[in-house]
Ligand binder design. Structure first.
Ligand code: MSP
Length: 667
């Protein structure tokens, strides 16, 4: 069985863990659990990135030594991931000796080959991103990140990245799945094709890093240190036989090495990291999978906006498995998606409580208990077409979920699995076992009940990577053993009918108890999300004071809009790919607009009276891209198309007179 090594990025410890960090780690845990179920040897690594200028500065701001600071800050990440049920095999901290000595070895190997040389760096350094940036990149930064950019002029070691462009392009050609999703691979390739500059890989103006071997004046550039964690955690780089984990999970010909990262740090993983490894004569990883961002009201979580959502209270109120399910289900892996507490509740109620929970409960706690003595019946009598349909749905779901989990698209895997939940609920509705019981048709009742219980058994395996505790609970109620993955044993369901007749089921409490309206309000209140009408009314005095403060702020701005406020509105060029009139509305047109992102956005525009939808296709328009998505007549609208109107001409959308690329920011 193929060794599977999967990693998360290591997290900077200058922040506390938030659901963005949880998102990556949970997804990786899901992939690792799936591969274990299939019988593969699996190693799952996560950890913390503890060096660098940003961390040194954070420690200074707190008035403590960097080591004491990172010790304090690393533990909450580990605890948060454990609380979320993430079963990592190793947790690396870059301040550990096992890491530092191996990074130095990697450095020395590259230096010996002559690909590291001493020079001087003169240019910009973004402390927030821990990255050397160009003049052009500087211009594109948001104002807050920009305020933390420094002019650096200091001696520095350089890595000869400029000499690795061709080798990288050849490596990409030979490994066409190296970066996923494919669209992001194209971005990486074009970046490399533009030509690479040598990379500064050491700093002298601060101390908090791994010393450069043989030159204590320099500490290593934090990304050289950080990227190496994937290898040092296995004991590499090492000679064959020296580090067994490294031999098995990195060096073995069939080892599959996957780094899952956020799209913000793809460049480091897809360009620098393989280049360092090629230079050292070592094997690059098999794949880098770049997912999108979890946003809050359309914005990335950031200190500036103070919109971090910690995972702890979510787990306390919904349970780890529900949070895991939500994170994997809500957002298409690879794209950005908004987090919302209300959607957690909506998905919980619709898909978990009413979907899977109800299927289990109506069958085990009701039909089987009341009519079959709580025992799995022997399937007897003819197999009818509806039975075959259910079995086919189970086979399709298992094959689909397996494929999507293997290709790291968890939202798709859940789509496949929930098709079976839907098919099984439909089967119960169609076959009406309660009516069969009433009629006394025990034979047919037996087959129907068996089929539903068997579908639930299949589901208990398929949901296990996502919701390990719920899967165990489901199996307990079915009266079957928990799953204990072992190397070489494939536990994925593939043969219909393996549930043994005669098994005593154990009806228990609902797997997903319903959240009624009152409980929902109480939950929302806990998260500070009470509805506007429930918010305490403001007194006259409070209202007056607020108005005064507003008037004062407007006066101070001299009636002008502050530039930073203007920048908050993300105006982008969009290319209309499709347009259709919305039935039941004489105003609305449903547009599909390319904004240079992975998938086009759906935007609802009230322009039907002024345009034939067909004439809109191919137009380049101006879109407000960071408006909070909302539903208009039941359809999601993910932006707003700008338009102007007057009495003489009617309405006109704002178009361009050149073919500016979709996604380009308007400024
Ligand atoms: N320390 C570097 C990574 C070094 S890896 C060799 C770093 N750390 S980070 O803490 O800033 O972010 C790490 C990762 O956290 C991101 O790549 C991403 O996987 C995850 N996320 C952080 N915020 C996120 C969201 N808002 N949404 C989704 N993932 C997010 O960069």
């Amino acid at each position: 069985m193929r060794p599977f090594y999967i990693t998360t990025p290591i997290y900077y410890v200058n922040d506390k863990p938030h659901i963005g960090h949880a998102y990556t780690t949970v997804a990786v845990d899901v992939f690792a659990r799936y591969q274990r179920l299939r019988g593969h040897a699996v190693r799952f690594l996560t950890g913390t990135d503890e060096h660098g200028q940003k961390i040194e500065e954070s420690a200074q701001a707190k008035g403590i030594e960097p080591k004491a600071f990172v010790d304090q800050m690393s533990a909450p990440f580990k605890e948060a991931f454990e609380q979320l049920g993430c079963a990592f095999d190793d947790y690396i901290r870059t301040t550990e000796e096992r890491h530092e000595t191996r990074v130095q070895r990697l450095w020395e190997t590259i230096a010996k080959k002559g690909d590291i040389y001493l020079g001087a760096y003169e240019g910009w350094y973004s402390v927030a991103d821990e990255a050397f940036i160009t003049e052009k990149e500087l211009e594109e930064l948001d104002p807050v990140t920009k305020s933390k950019v420094q002019r650096v002029s200091e001696p520095s070691y350089f890595f000869k990245l400029s000499e690795y462009g061709d080798a990288l392009l050849k490596f990409y050609d030979e490994n066409p799945d190296f970066v996923q999703p494919a669209g992001r691979f194209n971005e990486v390739k074009s970046f490399v094709k533009q030509g690479l500059k040598d990379l500064s890989v050491s700093r002298t103006s601060f101390k908090w890093g791994i010393p450069v071997p043989g030159d204590d004046e320099h500490v290593m550039y934090v990304w050289f240190d950080a990227l190496s964690n994937y290898m040092t955690a296995l004991g590499g780089p090492a000679e064959a036989g020296e580090a067994p984990l490294y031999d098995q999970f990195w060096n073995a010909d069939d080892a599959r090495v996957v780094h899952v990262v956020g799209k913000d740090i793809l460049r480091f993983h897809a360009i620098f990291w393989p280049a360092f490894l090629l230079a050292a004569g070592l094997k690059p990883p098999s794949q880098v999978w770049a997912h999108g961002w979890l946003t809050i009201n359309g914005e990335k979580m950031s200190k500036r906006l103070g919109n971090f959502i910690p995972p702890g209270p979510l787990v306390d109120n919904f349970g780890a498995d529900v949070v895991r399910y939500y994170l994997c289900r809500e957002v298409a892996f690879g794209q950005d998606g908004d987090f919302s507490h209300r959607n957690v509740i909506a998905r919980y109620s619709g898909e978990l409580a009413n979907g899977l929970g109800n299927l289990l409960h109506r069958m085990i706690a009701s039909i089987v208990k009341k009519n079959l003595g709580g025992v799995v019946p022997e399937p007897a009598g003819p197999v009818l077409p509806e039975d075959e349909t259910l079995i086919a749905a189970a086979e399709k779901a298992a094959a689909g979920a397996a494929e999507h989990l293997d290709t790291l698209t968890p939202h798709r895997a859940l789509d496949s699995i929930w098709e079976l939940v839907g098919a099984a609920n439909t089967y119960v509705d169609q076959t009406a076992p309660w009516a069969l019981a009433k009629k006394g048709d025990t034979e047919r009742l037996g087959r129907v009940a068996y089929n539903v219980l068997e579908a639930l058994r299949w589901l208990s395996v398929m949901i296990a990577p996502f919701m390990p505790e719920k899967a165990a609970g489901l199996r307990t109620q079915l009266g079957i053993e928990g799953l204990s993955p072992r190397e070489g044993d494939d536990l994925w369901p593939s043969t219909w009918g393996e549930l043994s007749a005669g098994t005593q089921t154990q009806p228990g409490n609902p797997l997903f108890p319903r959240i009624d309206e009152k409980a929902e309000k109480a939950l929302l209140a806990k998260f500070g999300l009470v509805e506007a009408e429930e918010a305490p009314k403001k007194s006259k005095k409070q209202r007056k004071e607020e108005e005064k403060a507003k008037a004062k702020a407007a006066e101070e701005a001299g009636g002008y809009l502050a530039f930073d406020d203007f920048l908050k509105v993300e105006l982008k060029i969009g290319l209309i790919k499709a347009a259709e009139a919305v039935e039941k509305s004489d105003k609305l047109v449903k547009l599909s607009i390319d904004l240079g992102e992975e998938a086009p956005r759906q935007v609802m525009a009230g322009i039907r009276k002024h345009y034939d939808p067909a004439d809109l296709v191919g137009k380049r328009v101006t879109v407000v891209a960071n408006l909070k998505p909302r539903k208009i007549m039941g359809e999601l609208s993910q932006g707003m198309v700008l338009a102007a109107s007057d009495d003489e001409h009617g309405l006109s959308v704002l178009t361009l007179d050149k073919d500016i690329a979709p996604g380009t920011r308007v400024s």
